[in-house]
Design a protein around this ligand. Structure first.
Ligand SMILES: [Zn+2]
Length: 224
């Protein structure tokens, strides 16, 4: 198993997508994005690298061949040599690994995905498809916007009241802890959940939609 979170370096895209933009939907030159995806594929040494057409939903797709181009926000597989990628620029890229059953997953959890429980549903899909036990599942949550920067309107706090920080009358959400608590409640062990401390809005090594609006996408990637 290998996994990584990309940053914005060592790609071929030009500003404002410089340089390792992996998103085809952000109006970057498609040829550059394709080249960037090939750079990542070569680095991983995999035969297939699967991206999702992400829609802030809770659909999960099981990948069998690596030729799939799914519209969804989570994927799972037990096939070796296929890398699964989740693109983000502030949302949480979540990676899953079940060593015993030789299975992996990825999920895209922003505010809406968190409310839809896409992270938990991906773990449950691994249990249903591969027999994954929650107490044996390892999870990585990658760089994403944190409560230092994630200011939202009051209407966007509904359902996330427990993960809300109020500073000077402004509302800030902590989606990392919302997902962490949800995973712990499912029986996933704290020692098996790694949470990046990087805030994408604070750290210019990563693309941030909140900071830059017109920008690229980096990715969380995992492969068996
Ligand atoms: Zn921040």
């Amino acid at each position: 198993m290998q996994h990584l979170f990309t940053n914005r370096f060592e790609g071929v895209s030009e500003a404002p997508f410089e340089s390792l933009n992996l998103g085809l939907h952000v109006n970057d030159t498609a040829l550059h994005v394709t080249q960037n995806r090939e750079i990542l594929k070569a680095k991983l040494g995999v035969s297939q690298l699967v991206f999702m057409d992400q829609v802030h939903g809770d659909t999960i797709t099981q990948i069998h061949s690596g030729d799939e181009m799914p519209t969804c926000d989570a994927m799972i597989t037990d096939v070796s040599g296929i890398a699964l990628a989740v693109m983000v620029a502030d949302c949480i890229p979540i990676l899953y690994y079940d060593e015993r059953h030789h299975a992996i997953g990825v999920a895209h959890a922003g505010r809406v995905g968190t409310l839809l429980q896409v992270g938990q549903k991906c773990a449950r899909a691994m249990a249903e498809s591969f027999g994954t036990r929650m107490e044996e599942l390892t999870i990585w949550m990658g760089p994403s916007i944190r409560s230092c920067c994630y200011e939202v309107g009051i209407e966007a706090t509904q359902g996330l009241e427990s993960f809300l920080h109020v500073k000077s009358g402004k509302y800030f959400l902590d989606l990392q802890n919302a997902n962490l608590k949800a995973f712990l409640d499912m029986g996933i062990k704290r020692k098996n959940i790694m949470v990046s401390e990087v805030c994408t809005c604070c750290d210019s090594r990563y693309f941030s939609y909140r900071r830059d609006k017109i920008t690229g996408r980096f990715a969380g990637v995992i492969a068996l």
